[in-house]
Design a protein around this ligand. Sequence first.
Ligand code: CTP
Length: 408
Amino acid sequence: MLNGKRILLIVAGGIAAFKSQEMIRLLRKRGASVRCVLTEAGARFVTPLSLQALTEDRVYSDMFSLTDESEMGHIQLSRDADLLVVAPATANLLARMAAGLADDLASTVLLATDKPVLAAPAMNVRMWTHAATTANVETLKKRGVAFVGPNDGVMACNEYGPGRMSEPEEIVAAIESLLAQDRPLAGRQALVTSGPTREAIDPVRYISNHSSGKQGHAIAAALARLGAEVTLVSGPVTVADPAGVKVLKIDSADEMLAACLQAGAVDVAVCAAAVADWKAAKPTLAKIKKKPGAAPPTLELAPNPDILATLSKPGSKRPKLVVGFAAETENLVANAIDKRKRKGCDWIVANDVSPATGTFGGERNTVHLVSAEGVEDWPTLAKDEVAERLVGRIADRLGRPRPAAAAE
Ligand code: CTP
C-alpha cells in the first residue's frame, strides 16, 4: 500500500517515543521511506542513532544547521514528503502547532508544510482532557490535521484514561488510509458485521460460538483504506478496533440487527458475523439455580432474526451490493449456492469451518466466491489478504471510474 511513499516522522518528547521505532520498521516493510525530525525533548527518550539506523537516513534536529547551503532547508524537508506524521504528538507540540509557532525545527517544518499532517497524541489523561488541549485539537482538526487516537489505558504515570498513544499498527493503518493513492470507495458507505453474538440464558450464562472477528474486522479495515465510510457492528471479540472505522459493539443478534438498521442506508453491506441462529426463548433475570434431586432444566430456544436476509430484502433502502458468508462443515459450495438464493444476497464468501481447517480463530482462510456469475475458488490466503481481495472486487463493482479511465 505504501510503496514509494515518503513519510516525515516528527518524534516529540514523550515516553511513547519508543513506539515510533516499531512504526518506522512497519512503514519501511510496507515500502515507504521514513525520514525523522527529533525534537530536543524527544532525544531524551530515543537516540538519534537508533532512528538513523532504522530509517537508514540522517536524523534532523537542529534548525540552524539547516541554514547551511549544503544542507537541505526546512522548507525542502517538509515538501519532500507525502505525509508528515507527529508521533508522539505531545500537548506542548500540539499547542505550538495550534498557535503557529516556529521555535524549533519540528514546529517550523509543521508551519512550512503544504502536505497532509497526521498527529498521534500521547500525554497524561488530565493534559488530554484539559480545555486548552481540547481547543487546540479542535483548531488543528478545522485546519485539516488528521488524528489517530489517543487510546484509553494505563499510562506510564499509572493513571487510567485516554492519552495513550495509538499502537504502531493503528498509526500505520491511519497512514495507509490517508495515503491510499487510489480511493475508489471514497464517498461510499459500508456496513460490516463481525464476530460472534452472545445470547443470554440468564445473567451469567450464554449461547455463542468460536468466531474471532478477524475476518470481518480485516474487511472493515480494507474498506476504510479504499476510502469507504465504514460502520462495523461487532460482537464480543478481542481483536482491536480497526483505525478509521466507526465501531458499534453489541452482544445479541437482536442488538446486532438494531445497530445495522441504525447505520442507515449504505452502498455495501458485508455480513461476516457468526450470528447465533437461536436464542433462549425465555432468558431469566436471575441466575438459574440447581434444585436438589430435580432433573436438569430444558432450554427452550427461539429463532433469531436473520440479519443478512433482512438487509437483502428488495426495496429502495437495499444496499447496491450485499455480501454474506457461508460457514459450512460439509457440501461447502453446494450449500453456499443454495444459501445465496435463500438469503437473497448478491455474493456469498463460502468457507469451510470444520475444526481441521483452523479457520475459526486462525490467521488463514480458504474461500470460494459465489455469485450469480458462478463460483470462483480462491487460494488459501491470510485473512487480511482475503479482505483485500474481496474489497478489491467490491471496489470494481461499486467504485467510480477514474476520470482518465472514463475518458478512454
Ligand atoms: N447471518 C445473519 N443472521 C443470522 C444468521 C446468519 O446475518 N441470524 C448471516 C451470517 O453473517 C452469514 C450468513 O448469514 O453472512 C450465513 O451464515 P451461516 O451461519 O453460514 O448460515 P445460517 O444462516 O446460520 O444457516 P445454517 O446454520 O443452516 O448453515
